[in-house]
Design a protein around this ligand. Structure first.
Ligand code: ZN
Length: 181
């Protein structure tokens, strides 16, 4: 969990000028709200929605190796940020297609977890929605877009520290517990 005061400073440093009137130095109201003293504009830092899929093929998880920062080289589930006006299911299918060239017949909602995602030095708060899917075949699988490679791995033999993000790690540990139950 990130330190709230540090989070505020990071958010403030993302905006040196008011996004509306361009006056310098918006002030922090709280950890998700900036106020411009010149024009009164209030900017809210909202949570970005993202998705991820725990995809299984023959009881092995298909995981992506991240190509880009943050956390290049670490493991991740296929998925990503939702586009505007896209449902979580549509966005996830699009990301799975873009990253692995796969289509999953059905995806079942599993759980959600908040995450901190830093991109270009700017911190983003996200809400990651995780789904589970099963593939009959993986014909045509190919790493593309922001995915360097992919691995097939038994969940029970995977070190959770290899995951790029806390939210994915948390969901993975719930998945493991569910398989044991
Ligand atoms: Zn202003």
């Amino acid at each position: 969990m990130s330190d709230p005061s540090n989070q505020s400073q990071q958010l403030k440093s993302s905006f040196s000028f008011c996004p509306k009137c361009c006056s310098p130095g918006p002030t922090i109201l709280n950890d998700r709200q900036l106020l411009c003293p010149a024009c009164g504009f209030q900017y809210f830092f909202n949570c970005a929605a993202a998705t991820g899929a725990f995809l299984f093929f023959k009881d092995q998880l298909i995981l992506a190796v991240r190509e880009r920062e943050p956390k290049a080289g670490y493991l991740d589930v296929p998925g990503g940020f939702l586009d505007f006006n896209e449902s979580a299911e549509e966005g996830l299918q699009r990301e799975i297609q873009e990253e692995l060239h796969l289509h999953v017949a059905s995806l079942r909602y599993f759980m959600s977890a908040p995450n901190d995602y830093e991109y270009g030095g700017v911190p983003y708060k996200t809400m990651d929605l995780f789904f589970i899917g099963y593939l009959e075949n993986v014909e045509g699988i190919k790493a593309a877009d922001d995915v360097r490679d992919f691995v097939f791995i038994s969940p029970e033999s995977l070190d959770p520290q290899r995951f790029a993000f806390d939210s994915t790690r948390k969901a993975f540990l719930c998945l493991l517990a569910m398989r044991k139950a």
